[in-house]
Design a protein around this ligand. Structure first.
Ligand SMILES: Cc1cc2nc3c(=O)[nH]c(=O)nc-3n(C[C@H](O)[C@H](O)[C@H](O)COP(=O)(O)O)c2cc1C
Length: 247
């Protein structure tokens, strides 16, 4: 396929891919399109919100990352560390100058995110919720830098020993639709089960869900790139309305 594709081709390929996803006929390790469609070095940033650097969340994120890399898109796993992260002070300063006043890695992360094309947020389940660290981190990242994520696909994944995975996904999946981010699907809700990396490696279905997520992320990024080449750029939005309920 040449680098330039027509709108008709784009619609055709999108609908083939949609049917493939709906019927599960696409391979779980490679997306069914021409890699020449990508002429830019795209990158997906994967956030590890566990205090354990190489634990279960990392194991799941690594599976997503290798599936994305198989599709010739680069990845980076960004660990939040094990030190406590300050929550949002609701001071509102970032709304004026675009930067968080707290002196940690939130501002540098937003800068890094501005250079990336897709995002995966990963967290262990802590009492049926996302870790306190990733909650504090993402609240501040999205309050101060939401515009950076607009039009870029994202997805969340979670790791738990036994339960609370869907409530945690519900929580993390709130960041995408409030930021104009297309949400990337998989064949099942994006969770793995295990208390140790070895246990996660035994969750064969969970790992397959991670690989399918990576495949879909790569596919969507290439569709967006192909769309740009065909003249379909990012949407133009109206100026934001803010309607508070108490006046
Ligand atoms: C403070 C804390 C709370 C936890 N709460 C839950 C829970 O509600 N449900 C569950 O299934 N596992 C729970 N776990 C276990 C972890 O979610 C599980 O071991 C996870 O896979 C660890 O991922 P990590 O190695 O990336 O940190 C909890 C662990 C900790 C440390």
């Amino acid at each position: 396929m040449a680098n330039k594709i027509s709108r008709r081709d784009l619609i055709k390929y999108s609908s083939i891919a949609s049917v493939g996803l709906a019927t599960g006929v696409l391979s779980s390790t490679a997306c069914n399109n021409d890699k020449n469609i990508t002429d830019k070095n795209m990158k997906v940033l994967l956030v590890n919100g566990s205090p354990r650097e190489k634990g279960c969340t990392f194991t799941a994120l690594s599976e997503v990352a290798s599936s994305i890399e198989k599709n010739k898109i680069s990845t980076e796993i960004y660990w939040l560390g094990s030190e406590p992260i300050s929550s949002c002070r609701a001071c509102g300063v970032c709304r004026k100058d675009g930067k968080c006043v707290i002196n940690d890695n939130v501002n540098s992360f937003v800068e890094k995110a501005s250079l990336c094309d897709g995002f995966i947020f990963g967290s262990p389940v802590h009492f049926a919720s996302a870790s306190g660290m990733i909650t504090a981190f993402l609240d501040r990242v999205f309050y101060s830098g939401r515009g950076v994520f607009s039009g870029k696909p994202g997805a969340a994944i979670v790791s738990c020993r036994r339960a609370g995975s869907t409530t945690t996904l519900d929580q993390l999946n709130k960041y995408f639709p409030i930021s104009n981010m297309p949400q990337v699907p998989s064949q099942y809700w994006c969770m793995v089960h295990g208390n140790t990396p070895d246990e996660v490696k035994q969750d064969l279905e969970g790992l397959q869900i991670m690989r399918t997520l990576g495949t879909n992320m790569a596919w969507l990024l290439k569709c967006i790139e192909a769309g740009k080449k065909a003249g379909i750029g990012l949407p133009q939005y109206e100026a934001r309305q803010g309607t508070n309920f108490i006046r």
